[in-house]
Every structure is written in structure tokens, then in C-alpha cells.
Design a protein. Structure first.
Length: 67
């Protein structure tokens, strides 16, 4: 997902779905990268980079990965 933060108005993004490799499997288990991604998401939340309407969704997403 690529996003652009604007001072005012709507935000735009492009979402591309597809396997990371031709086999459809990542070579790195998500448990190894999850802490870094979660920290990055938390920083984005604290900076206000995530729209308020989406903040709960981001937190719930990372909560679900820790289960």
C-alpha cells in the first residue's frame, strides 16, 4: 500500500494484492518481522499519519497477529 498524507482533504492510496514470491510463500516468518512492523505502525499512529477513522482497524490488525 502506498499512501500520501495531505494537509487537508482526502487521502489517496493504491493497494496491490499478490504473492510476495512466485511460490506465494514468504521466506521470512511473520513472527520475525512483526515487532518492527508493529513499532512502525505505532509510530505512524502517534504522529497522526493514520486517519482517525482507521486507527482502531490498525490496532485490531496487529492485535489479531499476536494471537
Amino acid at each position: 500500500m502506498t499512501s500520501q498524507k495531505r494537509a487537508a482533504g482526502a487521502e489517496t492510496y493504491v493497494e496491490t494484492l499478490g504473492p510476495s514470491q512466485p511460490t506465494g510463500r514468504s521466506s521470512v516468518p511473520y513472527q520475525k518481522v512483526l515487532p518492527a512492523y508493529e513499532k512502525s505502525a505505532e509510530s505512524a499512529l502517534q504522529r497522526g499519519d493514520i486517519p482517525p477513522a482507521e486507527q482502531k482497524r490498525v490496532r485490531e490488525y496487529f492485535d489479531s497477529l499476536r494471537k
